[in-house]
Design a protein around this ligand. Structure first.
Ligand SMILES: Nc1ncnc2c1ncn2[C@@H]1O[C@H](COP(=O)(O)OP(=O)(O)OP(=O)(O)O)[C@@H](O)[C@H]1O
Length: 232
């Protein structure tokens, strides 16, 4: 049994049917990418797993626990964390306060030293307020806030978006390190090269349907698949 098993998931915004029969599985320690064109339903998939959007049908099982239909704070307590595209850090609190607050209601907890080891830049900026951080630092803090809860699985929604290449490199390095320490990750990204470098396995969403599933190496070797589903 995989750490995360998703079956038959359908999600809507009002009357708009967005996700159709989505199925995925993610093994413990795996990095899985979710790719697809703009509007394909990638963010909606992550939000549906996290209970931010309530799937109207289907099953989302994390480590043997059924999450579908539960509220997102309950899902967080079961060990899932979503790092939203818009980062959602507290601008008026400093870095350390942001991290401590995020860990308060968690079952498990990373020591702050481990977060700072992963992101030395956050340690340097530990007393800076959220609003005073660069985009890259905010993204590190958003990921740090997820990790401090010692999640079983982290969902990253476009973590590299809008960031300078040098920052993307640092974040990729951190993701690699996380993966090497056994952290399970699902990543949604427009930066396909970076994503394929990180992920072992890929799902491609097309109009709310899973159109392809396979190893990342296959997509690297068959650019026609990328052309067909992603137009790149
Ligand atoms: N809050 C919302 N209300 C209504 N429709 C929405 C909402 N959010 C997204 N949608 C629609 O749902 C569909 C899937 O959007 P989603 O954001 O999941 O796509 P995506 O693959 O993440 O694309 P992008 O890369 O553009 O974020 C799109 O047609 C989008 O317009």
């Amino acid at each position: 049994m995989s750490l995360l098993e998703v079956q038959g998931m359908h999600s809507y915004y009002g009357d708009s049917h967005i996700l159709f029969d989505v199925g995925m599985r993610v093994d413990k320690g795996e990095v899985v990418a979710l790719l697809g064109r703009n509007g394909a339903g990638k963010s909606t998939t992550l939000k549906s797993l996290m209970g931010v959007v309530r799937p109207r049908a289907g099953s989302v099982v994390l480590d043997g626990v059924q999450l579908a239909g539960r509220k997102s704070h309950a899902i967080a307590r079961e060990g899932m964390q979503l790092v939203h595209e818009e980062r959602r850090i507290f601008g008026s609190l400093d870095v350390e306060e942001n991290l401590v607050l995020a860990g308060l209601t968690a079952k498990g907890r990373w020591p702050l030293a481990r977060i700072y080891e992963m992101f030395p830049r956050l340690q340097e900026r530990r007393s800076s307020r959220g609003t005073d951080l660069s985009g890259g630092e905010q993204q590190m803090l958003a990921i740090g806030r997820a990790l401090v809860r010692d999640p079983k699985i982290v969902l990253l929604d476009e973590p590299f978006e809008g960031l300078a290449p040098v920052i993307v490199r640092d974040l990729m390095e951190a993701c690699r390190r996380l993966a090497s320490e056994g952290q399970t990750i699902v990543i949604v990204e427009q930066n396909i090269a970076a994503t394929l470098a990180l992920a072992q396995r890929v799902y491609i969403l097309n109009n709310g349907h899973i159109a392809h599933e396979g190893p990342a190496s296959e997509l690297k070797a068959k650019p026609e698949l990328l052309q067909r589903y992603l137009g790149v």
